[in-house]
Design a protein around this ligand. Structure first.
Ligand code: FAD
Ligand code: GLY
Length: 379
């Protein structure tokens, strides 16, 4: 097989890295255990929300998220041009709303922090929020408008990425699980479940929440990625309901898509690889969504599911060379994998093509965990 780069995993991350590589003329093959784009990337909400999701202890990640959002419009245009498919990039902005006094206090703390960090956000009364988005609840007293937080349709995105990757000359093997990677500085390889050994010049592990399951990596090279379950409900917009903005309440968020889907999520549960949809999970989401956008009451529900977020120990991704020779990682994107798709793809492609680790991905080296775990570090 004539290929330079072998990517394990065909989600948004593996497909986008592959797309950026083949555009640069690097022969690339993706191995996907099921159908490409039907893992966690299919189960997300598609929000590009660094401002709304900023965390007090994660400012380095915020800067990275923000830079990826800046790159999103150009990336979307490239993928759409190469695939001939829309990714439904929407820039109406996000409303973060409070439904009681405690939530309003928490929102005020968030707003103060956002202002200290220089974010472009606006404090609104309930009335002002309803002028922007008439479908938020009449009883809401306060909101923060984050106009720069956008969204895409992640389901369209993965289908467009797959088409774009193949259109640019990439090779995709679906229903081809990789059992093991075989590290080697000159000719690393993968071993597929049917026993085939395929060698290339570089391997990229982009297997999302399953990245830790691959054989062949020593413990210091294994990515410490664990699943964090998120249950979701999808409704169908029926007039007069016509939500236009992403709305985030204390217990649920709602993301309206241009094809009429209204995606509502999400729980956050540490239950390993369990993907059961539970009555309690759905109840919490319905109650939390209804409190902030009561018009959902009459909408037909057409899908429910549970996805698994690939979380690392510090909630930041693992990007770059691993401790295993010839094996790079692009995994652990946790809550931001759709948002982080452009910067991950561009910076990983740059690393692979030039050998240079950019200042953008340096802080997210997979080896930060290997070093933290070494006896010297704990002495
Ligand atoms: P995946 O999409 O899971 O892709 C990995 C692929 O690897 C899969 O297709 C899998 O089948 C394949 N694979 C695994 N093992 C092997 C193997 N051994 N051999 C071959 N193939 C293999 N992010 C945002 O930015 N915005 C959001 O609004 C958002 N909402 C979310 C809501 C929920 C409920 C969840 C669960 C996540 C959400 N996320 C969101 C996070 C985002 O979905 C993930 O960070 C992102 O999809 C991870 O992409 P990935 O390509 O690494 O993983
Ligand atoms: N980023 C939204 C989620 O993870 O649920």
């Amino acid at each position: 097989m004539d290929t330079d780069v072998l990517i394990v995993g065909g989600g948004t991350i593996g497909l986008a890295i592959g797309f950026e590589l083949v555009r640069r003329g690097t022969p690339t093959t993706i191995f996907e255990k099921d159908r490409a784009g039907r893992g966690t990337s299919y189960q997300a909400a598609g929000m590009l929300a660094p401002d709304a999701e900023i965390e007090f202890e994660e400012l380095e990640l915020y800067t990275f998220n923000r830079e990826s959002l800046r790159r999103w419009p150009d990336f979307a245009k490239r993928v759409e041009a190469a695939s001939g498919q829309s990714v439904d990039y929407r820039d109406e902005g996000t409303l973060i709303v409070a439904d009681d006094r405690d939530a309003a206090e928490a929102l005020e703390r968030l707003y103060t922090f956002q202002q200290e960090q220089g974010l472009n956000v606006e404090w609104l009364t309930g009335e002002e929020a309803r002028e922007i988005e008439p479908f938020v609840a009449p009883r809401l007293s306060a909101a923060v408008f984050a106009p720069a937080d956008h969204q895409v349709d992640n389901r369209r995105l993965v289908d467009a990425l797959r088409t774009a990757f193949e259109a640019e000359g990439g090779t995709l093997h679906e229903h081809t699980p990789v059992d093991a990677v075989v590290p080697d500085a000159e000719a690393p390889a993968v071993r597929t479940a049917d026993g085939e050994r395929v060698a290339g010049k570089r391997i990229v592990v982009a297997a999302g929440v399953w990245s830790r399951e691959l054989d062949g990596l020593t413990p210091d090279a294994q990515p410490p990625v664990r699943p964090v379950k998120g249950q979701m409900i999808q409704m169908r917009r029926t007039r007069p309901f016509d939500l236009q903005h992403v709305v985030r309440g204390p217990e649920a968020y709602l993301a309206p898509k241009s094809d009429g889907r209204v995606v509502m999520g999400a729980t956050s549960e540490e239950l390993g690889f369990d993907t059961t949809v539970t009555a309690g999970g759905l109840f919490d989401l319905l109650e939390g969504g209804w409190e902030v956008v009561p018009g959902i009451r009459d909408l037909p529900v057409d899908e429910t599911w549970a996805g698994l977020r690939p979380a690392s120990r510090d909630h930041a991704p693992l990007l770059g060379e691993s401790a295993a020779p010839g094996v790079a990682m692009a995994t652990g994107h946790y809550r931001h994998g759709i948002l982080l798709t452009p910067i991950t793809a561009e910076e990983m492609a740059r690393l692979i093509c030039t050998g240079e680790t950019s200042e953008w991905i340096e802080p997210f080296s997979p080896q930060r965990f290997s070093l933290a775990d070494s006896p010297a570090a704990s002495a």
